[in-house]
Design a binder for this molecule. Structure first.
Ligand code: TXA
Ligand code: MG
Length: 315
């Protein structure tokens, strides 16, 4: 069921049940992060491999000291600058955090989401919420309550409806390696944003967030093939026996079913519309989806990352 009843969402979560929650990035599939059994049901509902750990959503900055220890000052500074907001920190976990949440790792990812309903929900509870994106593993992430229902509706009792997500791609995950802040996943807060607001330079991480190699290929995938092509026009011209949907960064004419991600190549708008537009193109009566590489700056890097993972290989 979809609704806006916070009391009902809180009751279900206290009972160890799953609830779909809105955040500013994408919808999450939430459960009590301190309840190992509730966590197990997240993995089952999403069909998520048990080695892929979950982000723990907290109501405040002060919660960091409850669920983490030895947090580097730079990561505290970043949390302070952006929370609530689309950046998550990878830090050493405290013994409050059960091993199932981190898939056995001694580090946990913490995040304070920026959505009024979910922040209020977190305040009502005396436990944090573990929440991966509320989609079946490897499918397109959800940015509306309806998307959550389409994928997981028959497995979860309640979806809290907070409207369309304001950012539209997942949070940026930052960690700390060799005295340096590193980015493990590009997301809603760009490295330019971090530098401008905190003066902290970031580096790409030498580790990736945990993904099995086999999964990488299929991550964020649409049902029909999505091809990341140099030129949509050239691709269409040389594949005249097929029909295409085209995702465009600005208004122009192409010989395909077109979906505009932005009128004028606005990167924030493109990120915001990306997942919903991929879903819409999947519904067209066409053979495949075409998109060109995006300008890799600011939040465009997060879009580029999602497109590389969504794209069908070997085209
Ligand atoms: O914006 C977001 O971060 C959304 C919303 C719902 O908060 N959540 C989200 O969760 O994107 P998920 O599970 O789809 O992606 C979390 C990523 C995964 O790649 C996972 O491997 C990584 O974070 N991760 C989580 N905990 C980790 C840990 N302890 N160590 C390394 N990677 C971790
Ligand atoms: Mg996800």
């Amino acid at each position: 069921m979809i609704g806006t009843d916070l009391a009902q969402a809180a009751t279900l979560l206290r009972q160890g049940k799953l609830v779909g929650i809105p955040t500013e990035t994408v919808y999450g599939l939430a459960a009590n992060a301190l309840d190992a059994q509730a966590i197990a049901s997240i993995y089952a509902a999403k069909n998520r491999p048990s080695f892929n750990p979950l982000i723990v959503h907290v109501p405040s900055l002060t919660a960091i000291s409850t669920y983490a220890q030895h947090v580097p000052q730079e990561l505290m500074d970043i949390a302070q600058a952006f929370w609530p907001g689309a950046v998550s920190i990878l830090v050493e976990k405290s013994n409050q955090v059960p091993d199932v949440v981190t898939a056995g790792s001694d580090k946990v990812v913490l995040r304070m989401p920026k959505h009024p309903l979910t922040l209020e929900l977190l305040q009502m509870l005396n436990f944090p919420l573990a929440a991966p994106s509320a989609n079946i593993s490897n499918t397109v992430s959800p940015t509306t309550a309806r998307h959550v229902e389409e994928g997981l509706g028959n497995q979860i009792p309640y979806i809290l409806d907070g409207g369309s997500c304001a950012v539209g791609v997942e949070s940026t995950i930052v960690g700390y390696e060799n005295e340096t802040v590193v980015i493990l996943r590009e997301g809603g807060v760009s490295r330019e944003d971090i530098l401008a607001k905190t003066g902290i330079e970031t580096m790409p991480s030498s580790e990736q967030t945990i993904q099995s190699p086999g999964q990488l290929k299929k991550h964020y995938s649409t049902q029909k093939p999505l091809y990341l092509v140099k030129s949509i026009d050239d691709y269409i011209a040389s594949h005249s026996n097929q029909s295409f949907s085209a995702l465009l960064y600005e208004q122009r004419e192409v010989n395909a079913a077109t979906h505009l991600l932005s009128e004028n190549y606005n990167l924030g708008e493109i990120a915001n519309n990306l997942f919903a537009t991929m879903r819409a193109a999947d519904q067209d009566n066409t053979d495949a989806i075409l998109i060109e590489p995006i300008r890799e700056e600011g939040i465009g890097r997060a879009v580029a990352d999602r497109l590389r993972r969504a794209a069908t290989q070997g085209c």
